[in-house]
Design a protein around this ligand. Structure first.
Ligand SMILES: Nc1ncnc2c1ncn2[C@@H]1O[C@H](COP(=O)(O)OP(=O)(O)OP(=O)(O)O)[C@@H](O)[C@H]1O
Ligand SMILES: [Mg+2]
Length: 589
């Protein structure tokens, strides 16, 4: 397109300048030529003046005069007219002799009028006789006394002048054609040197606009366009660098946000959602494409969060709020909403991060519950010890019948306190995983036998029958033997405690699917279904008073659960009220 415009303007300028020169100069040239022709006619008239003066003095015979006029005309190339002083045409090379008498009187012709006054008269006008435009030059012919005896008139068609003008314009026309050819050549060269690089730049810009950023522009031209090309290439390279950097950063950002364990939502300054991460999608059952561009209130229907986002937008600072969500069970979150600012520090939106603090809260509750439980468990035996001590101090120390019994009771409570503290220490050690003994490989059948040895007296005392079903080969387990020993011991103690006299206990150590299974089954009181989910909680006892009476604090199974967790194992329970319970420890292969 530009090429065509260039070409047309070149040609246009050439044609216009020639037309301008031609049109402006034509009247000048024409008048110069006419005055030159007039002068020529004047000279011709002067040359013939004497001959015609003589002729007119001798005769006024039209046939004689016409013959001479025709002769002069053929020699000079002009029309020759001889007019008598009264205006009658006596001879005219442009008119046949026979028609001469019929010609109008010429006395009123402008050139004749002015010739009779000034000595020469000229006029440029239309000739009715010849039917064309002519240049006339007339001079008077005088007698010896100076009186006018007639007029000699020379005339030529004005078309002579036009012919001359045309002849004059011919080289101009040739120059015009040559200039036009040069214009074509120039526009071609111009296009080649200037337009082609522009075309390339246009193509490169189009690519950049489409997001396809070329790093190099191969052809580089000279002149300023080349500088422009280099500038575009530099710009394009920087654009590509920035683009890559930006998309990398964007990708990283998106990866960070989508992999965050926290829920993230961001809105722009008009309150419309610009991003939510998968955690947030899950919390509100909405996907990013569903909520993108929606007002926060429409996208995620939670007034607390949307209110916090809006407040942070107006306040322009970080706001914090604790929020409860039912997703579907109740969960606690802490929401932080802070403004997003651009490089000019203008707020362009708000980002809100939801931290799930449900576990933290649970732990907090757990801890305070634990402290309360521990204090409670410690208080009871301490109070008992205190009362025995007071009784002894109040005089019972000298009572030989009871003083020893009191001391034994104190000792029993001290021992149970010590056992309780041991359990608490073990549980906190297992929880913190600090100061644990290293793992070793051992035969768990031996461990189970040791535990049985420790309780065999109690079993016999309660007349409980014991069934042992131990694998014949060693059953190797990798772990902390002392903790596993205490876990088995606890299961045995529970079975003994909660099985009435005369019941039976079955202990088995087997290998199944490459896993080591240790189970303790009893025919005791059993555990009601509703307690099963909580049985492994610390200090949890089915019947608080009864269990405590039996000496338990409710830490045993919590320890068992922790021990199994540390060994990547599990503990299962089957129980039926009145029939008995079966606990199984499963160690991984
Ligand atoms: N074999 C069982 N038969 C019936 N109930 C049981 C049995 N084992 C445990 N329980 C119930 O589970 C509760 C928790 O047991 P756990 O071993 O944790 O505590 P505990 O035996 O009462 O006290 P601790 O073991 O700390 O001395 C017991 O109080 C009891 O109510
Ligand atoms: Mg126990």
């Amino acid at each position: 397109m530009l090429k065509k415009i260039l070409f047309a303007s070149f040609i246009g300028i050439v044609i216009f300048s020639f037309l301008f020169v031609g049109i402006l100069s034509e009247p000048e040239i024409r008048s110069a030529i006419i005055s030159h022709l007039t002068n020529d006619l004047y000279r011709q008239a002067l040359l013939s003046k004497d001959d015609y003066t003589r002729l007119l003095r001798q005769t006024s015979d039209r046939s004689v005069i016409q013959t001479i006029a025709l002769k002069t005309a053929s020699l000079s190339g002009s029309r020759v007219t001889i007019i008598a002083n009264n205006g009658t045409v006596l001879g005219d090379s442009g008119t046949p002799l026979k028609d001469l008498p019929a010609l109008e009187n010429h006395a009123d012709r402008p050139e004749i009028i002015s010739a009779s006054g000034k000595g020469a008269g000229k006029s440029v006008r239309h000739s009715h006789t010849l039917g064309k435009d002519l240049i006339y030059l007339a001079i008077p012919l005088r007698n010896n006394a100076g009186g006018i005896i007639g007029f000699l008139r020379f005339s030529i068609p004005i078309s002579y002048a036009s012919d001359l003008i045309l002849r004059f314009y011919k080289p101009i026309l040739i120059a015009l054609v040559a200039a036009a050819a040069l214009a074509v050549l120039f526009s071609f060269l111009f296009a080649r040197f200037f337009y082609a690089p522009i075309e390339r730049l246009v193509a490169v810009s189009a690519k950049i606009a489409q997001g396809e950023i070329p790093q190099t522009i191969l052809h580089k031209s000279r002149f300023e366009v080349g500088i422009l090309e280099e500038a575009v290439e530099r710009m394009s390279r920087r654009l590509a660098d920035n683009f890559n950097k930006l998309s990398d950063e964007r990708g990283q950002m998106a990866a960070i946000i989508s992999n965050m364990a926290e829920g993230v939502i961001a809105i722009n300054s008009t309150g419309r959602i610009i991003a939510i991460n998968p955690v947030m999608e899950k919390l509100f059952g909405q996907t990013m494409p569903e909520v993108a561009g929606k007002l926060a209130r429409e996208g995620i229907r939670n007034n607390e969060i949307t209110g916090l986002l809006e407040d942070a937008l107006t306040a322009g600072r970080l706001l914090e709020k604790e929020i409860d969500l039912y997703v579907p069970s109740r969960k606690h979150f802490i929401a932080h909403a802070g403004p997003i600012r651009n490089a000019q520090n203008v707020i362009i939106g708000v980002v809100c991060v939801l931290y799930d603090i449900t576990e933290l809260k649970k732990l907090e509750n757990y801890r305070s519950e634990f402290v309360a439980n521990v204090s409670h468990e410690l208080k009871t035996p301490l109070a008992t010890i205190h009362s025995y001590v007071q009784t002894l101090a109040g005089g019972a120390i000298n009572d030989p019948e009871h003083n020893l019994t009191f001391l034994e009771k104190i000792d029993k409570h001290v021992l149970s306190l010590a056992a309780l503290i041991d359990d608490i220490l073990e549980i906190s050690q297992l929880e913190s995983k600090e100061g644990l003994t290293p793992f070793s490989t051992f035969n768990i059948i031996e461990t189970a036998n040791h535990a049985l040895d420790a309780v065999i007296e109690r079993i016999e005392k309660k007349k409980i029958s014991l069934k042992k079903e131990f694998a014949s080969a060693d059953l190797l387990v990798r772990g902390m033997e002392d903790h596993i020993y205490r876990a088995i011991l606890n299961l045995l103690e529970n079975a003994i405690t909660y099985t009435p006299d005369g019941g039976s206990i079955a202990v088995s150590c087997m290998k199944q699917d490459n896993k080591a299974l240790i189970s303790v089954a009893d025919t005791g009181i059993g555990i009601p279904d509703e307690h099963l989910p909580r049985i492994f909680e610390r200090f949890y006892r089915v019947e608080q008073s009864r269990s405590r009476q039996m000496g338990g604090t409710g830490l045993g199974l919590a320890i068992v659960k922790h021990v199994m967790n540390i060994h990547n194992g599990t503990v299962t329970i089957e129980s039926e009220v009145g029939k008995g319970s079966k606990f199984t420890l499963i160690f991984p292969a």
